[in-house]
Design a protein around this ligand. Structure first.
Ligand SMILES: Nc1ncnc2c1ncn2[C@@H]1O[C@H](COP(=O)(O)OP(=O)(O)OP(=O)(O)O)[C@@H](O)[C@H]1O
Ligand SMILES: [K+]
Length: 292
């Protein structure tokens, strides 16, 4: 079974639906309220576990009620939580989401996710070193991403950076990464001094740009190729990127070729958009294989 370490955020999404978005100083009546576990790190860990990998999450929660719910959700999805330690006297990360007027507004409070520091991650070095691949995103401090990229380079562990949400990325991290998977917006911010074509050419078989319903673009050493995704009835695209990254990591860790890994990831991500919610739509391995 492929062993994957996911280093990243976990949070609780607090979602209200309303017909109207409140303006400054305004109060409006909402229609519904739900809480659902999220955070890019947690989402990718859950997706990878559903796809059959042996997943260790390396992250932090608060010592609050949300933290307990987040941990329970990991357990229900068979994600190892020995390295998800509660931070005392701190809240879990939260995302405060208003769904109104056909779009969302989100306030993210990082809280315990800020404590996923290099020193904390170092405690999980054994787990990291025994991984077939390490998967990381950017909802944790930038210095932690730098640190992990260095360990992975040192011990020659494949390192997949999903540079989301967008921020500038240290050059050394880009060089150390084995695979980088931005969407188009994140790619434009990461490679702001070059065109997308130039960036793809510079990092053949390494930079994979996801383009939503269009699929995935990369440079194969000779030319730019787009691997189309699958046509589905899209219900909710939340979690598509997280599912793609987890599935890509699982397929690579399983030893699939790059081409087959992109295909597997496209298949998994396209299935995820057919259901509501980020984790709600994440398919099992069987569901993906039946469709391939
Ligand atoms: N409408 C769709 N139909 C089929 N596949 C999709 C669709 N949207 C996304 N996907 C799949 O998911 C992958 C990632 O989507 P996208 O490029 O939108 O990432 P993202 O912007 O990180 O997504 P999100 O932030 O919504 O999770 C795509 O490469 C594709 O495989
Ligand atoms: K979804």
């Amino acid at each position: 079974m492929a062993k994957i370490s996911v280093i990243g955020s976990s949070s609780m999404d607090l979602v209200v639906t309303s017909t109207k978005r409140p303006g400054a100083g305004e109060t409006v009546l909402g229609e519904s309220f739900t809480t659902v576990p999220g955070g890019k790190g947690a989402n990718q860990a859950v997706a990878a576990a559903r796809l059959g990998a042996d997943v260790t999450m390396i992250g932090r929660v608060g010592d609050d009620h949300f933290g307990q719910q987040i941990l329970r959700n990991f357990e229900e999805n068979h994600v190892r939580i020995g390295y998800v330690k509660p931070v005392t006297h701190m809240e879990s990360g939260t995302a405060h989401i208003v769904l109104a007027e056909g779009d969302n507004s989100i306030v993210v409070v990082k809280a315990a996710n800020n404590e996923v520091t290099p020193a904390y991650v170092e405690e999980a070095l054994d787990a990291i070193r025994s991984s077939d691949i390490v998967l990381i995103q950017q909802e944790i401090p930038a210095e932690t991403v730098v640190y992990v990229s260095e360990i992975c380079a040192k011990y020659q562990i494949p390192f997949l950076l999903n540079p989301a949400p967008a921020r500038e990325v240290e050059k050394s991290v880009i060089e150390n990464a084995t695979y980088i998977t931005p969407n188009e917006h994140e790619a434009a911010i990461m490679f702001k001094n070059m065109s997308l074509q130039e960036a793809l050419r510079k990092y053949p078989h390494k930079l994979f740009v996801t383009e939503g319903s269009n699929g995935v673009r990369f440079f194969d050493g000779e030319q730019e190729v787009v691997v189309p995704t699958y046509k589905v009835e899209a219900v909710d695209t939340t979690g598509a990127g997280d599912t793609f990254n987890a599935a890509f990591a699982v397929a690579l860790a399983d030893g699939k070729s790059l081409a087959d890994s992109v295909k597997f990831a496209n298949r998994a991500a396209s299935l995820s958009v057919t259901k509501f919610g980020a984790q709600g739509g994440m398919p099992t391995r069987r569901e993906v294989e039946e469709q391939l």
